[in-house]
Design a protein around this ligand. Sequence first.
Ligand code: HEC
Length: 348
Amino acid sequence: MKSQLHKLYIASVYLPVIFLMVGCGYDPQSPGIEYMPDMYRSRAVEAYSEYYIGEDRKFSALKPVEGTIPRGYSLYGYENTADGYEKAGIELRNPVQCSPAILAEGELLYGKFCVHCHGTAGKGDGNVVKSKNWPGPPPAYDGPQLINIPAGKIFHSITYGKGMMGAHASQLTEEDRWKLVHYVQKLQGKKTACENVKTHDADEDGVPDALDQCPHTPGLKDYFGCPQVSTEVAEVMEMAIKGVLFNTGSAEIKEESLSILEKVKDVLLKNPNYILNVNGHTDNVGDAKSNLSLSQARAESVQAYLGSHGVEARRIHPHGYGDAKPIASNETDLGKQKNRRVEFRIIY
Ligand code: HEC
């Protein structure tokens, strides 16, 4: 009994002391043996911390290779001086073609990067500058100081910053900065090329022509400016938009798309009062004239196919728009892919 108590005593007093002593090494820098290391150290590779690959000591955050620029960025040839500013104002033109989709992207960027200083309408009344510690609000975009500012100067100031406004070149690609220029000009109330399309609305259904897939028939915003149809019919049309494909550069419908066109045909035969708008669109690769004729030819081959399968040709309205109605930016591959499309919309 006594010896058992003794053992318990040894276990409870000496063992923790032994563990402690083994845990602490001689090296004051070393954390010693950690019994539950995951609780002390993150297993993730921490940026800016040193680690080893074999014998090589590395930093996880490496500097970019000298003389290189990040993907999507380009060199900006105007210096951050008064001269550079004036020169940018005279020489630079916005390379991003304006469209309602681009304006929408500009608005999104503005909401993330600019609104807290410049305010929703660009009047210089964002939340940050309302604070009493802020030295002075930015001028209103449509006020006397800025109303005549050329696009190049707007781009220059977004790139390098101005006064209390920081530089945005490291946060926004060149393309995004140009989109913002369009948006700032919109806030200025300027009638940019974009604005003209945006406000034009032939059927007066509140969906501007540039976004209206049935521009001459009043419709609903949720149906892309087209009249409401049943869910089943809408699904067939969505399937046709995604699935009716053509051989590259030609108006020949791909073999595998014919089964979807069969479904479109069924809808039309079942609903004799329906008329089908077929709108062909391309991206901006190649010249505008051949894009226009290709998009028209594609819409017409849909008409010809349905015509040869029992739908009266007059019930199909083929229309080619070429690259004039992009729904996404043509600056990226994904955007281009979205822009190459044939829209199928029922009107009645
Ligand atoms: C921290 C607040 C702040 C943010 C964020 C900010 N700005 Fe500014 N901005 C200012 C101030 C202040 C001025 C006035 C600068 C001056 O003239 O000294 C200004 C000026 C401008 C001008 C006029 C430039 C010129 O050449 O006179 C434009 C255009 C502009 N900003 C656009 C933007 C856009 C677009 C964004 C978003 C990417 C943005 N700003 C983000 C505070 C800000």
